[in-house]
Design a protein around this ligand. Structure first.
Ligand code: NAP
Length: 374
């Protein structure tokens, strides 16, 4: 198989390249690398057959590929994909961008959760396979067991989303903001006798000043948070929150949210000053009053990445943090307890690396599925 790879040096693309190299995926096919900015330059070392970067807008070069994997972004997809299909290209398109996710011709890929949906689509000749929104994918992986057993009536997710979900410039700016806050209080911090309210005042003034770097993020994030992610369509639901119900039901192969048989997914999405792991506090209504031990077993047995963390202080602090999970494939879920609203109401807290399972991993696994090598 000849696989065209576009967007390989961006944030998602770089993580994808790391994972594909670690899993020796490049030994399974001939990779051709494309660029929107450096056609003719050197392709990465793993390119065995062709060591030159192709132009990512060259339809002929793209059409020579059996499969195209792209993490280039929605603008690229919206520009190139329709032209390729209009020119008669019948290859597989695997994409990290959201542009095609809700298209009738596309399947959202999260194989540990929806392998039957993917296999059914492959059998029907579907050619477009799109990665999910990171937060939705991470939540479904964590709740995989309860979802497969059809035990969840509704779930509300209060998210704590990392800067990486907004992009590389936002990650850099978050650290710049942290540095500026520290600078504003450095002298006071070095004096053990200084008053905490003086330190607080210095930091607060910096948070609100025009000098705080906020060109990419648009607001203070270090020492603060942002309670709206993505677009405002005027109906009080953020773009990120709208994706949750729409994508979750499509991934699970269920009717659209609100239709009979659908999963109700609600919540508020919040950006916090974490680097690259999204966390979510979940409230669920289950369809049955199961013992907590049974719920934990169902969750833990669902897939090889989810781990149930005991609901105690030490384990929760040690295991359920973005700092612990970053750079790993692990999906811990903890803070599991029945709520005062009734025996079917359950709380949970889960964390996942949004660049791995939240973005890159489902793409490389889809490629392996096409090669029958998963
Ligand atoms: P990104 O880092 O901005 O990279 C996209 C492209 O920008 C690169 O492939 C590269 O293309 C170009 N680029 C320009 N200057 C660059 C530089 N200094 N370093 C690296 N690349 C540079 O985009 P991304 O965050 O990976 O997102 C890609 C797609 O994945 C988007 O559609 C996004 O919505 C989706 N997605 C993102 C996340 C996430 O957490 N960030 C999660 C799920 C899905 P050339 O090499 O052709 O110049």
């Amino acid at each position: 198989m000849k696989v065209g790879i576009v967007g390989w040096r961006g944030m998602v693309g770089s993580v994808l390249m790391q994972r594909m190299s670690a899993e020796k995926d490049f030994e399974l096919f001939d990779a051709v690398f494309f660029s929107t900015s450096n056609a003719g330059g050197d392709a990465p070392q793993v390119a065995r057959a062709d060591r030159t970067l192709k132009d990512a807008s060259d339809l002929k070069a793209l059409a020579a590929c059996d499969t195209i994997v792209t993490a280039q972004g929605g603008d690229y997809t919206n520009d190139v994909f329709p032209k390729l299909r209009a020119a008669g290209w019948k290859g597989y398109w695997i994409d990290a961008a959201s542009a095609l996710r809700m298209s009738d011709d596309a399947v959202i890929i999260l194989d540990p959760v929806n392998l039957p949906v993917i296999n059914d689509a492959l059998a029907r000749g579907v050619k477009d396979y799109i990665g999910s929104n990171c937060t939705v994918g991470l939540m479904l992986l964590a709740l995989d067991g309860l979802l497969k057993a059809d035990l969840i009536e509704w779930v509300s997710a209060m998210t704590y989303q990392a800067a990486s979900g907004a992009g590389a410039p936002q990650m850099r700016e978050l650290i710049e903001q942290m540095g500026q806050l520290h600078s504003s209080a450095r002298d006071l911090l070095s004096d053990p006798a200084s008053a905490i309210l003086e330190i607080d005042h210095a930091v607060s003034m910096t948070l609100l000043s025009d000098q705080l770097p906020a060109r990419s993020i648009g607001a203070p994030l270090a020492g603060s948070l942002i309670p709206w992610i993505h677009t405002d369509l005027g109906d009080g639901i953020s773009g990120e929150e709208r994706k949750a119900g729409a994508e979750a039901n499509k991934i699970l192969g269920r009717p659209a949210m609100g239709e009979p048989g659908s999963l109700i997914v609600e919540g508020l999405c919040v950006r916090v000053g974490a680097m690259r792991c999204h966390s979510q506090a979940l409230t669920m209504k289950l369809r049955a009053d199961l013992p907590l031990s049974e719920i934990e077993k169902i969750l833990a047995d669902a897939n090889e990445w989810v781990t149930v963390i005991s609901n105690n202080r030490d384990d929760s602090i040690r295991e359920l943090s973005p700092a612990k999970v970053t750079g790993t494939m692990s999906i811990p879920i903890g803070r599991l307890r029945k709520l005062a609203m009734g025996p079917e109401y359950l709380s949970a807290f889960t964390v996942g690396d949004q660049l791995l399972w939240g973005a890159a991993e489902p793409l490389r696994r889809m490629l392996r599925l096409l090669l029958n090598k998963l």
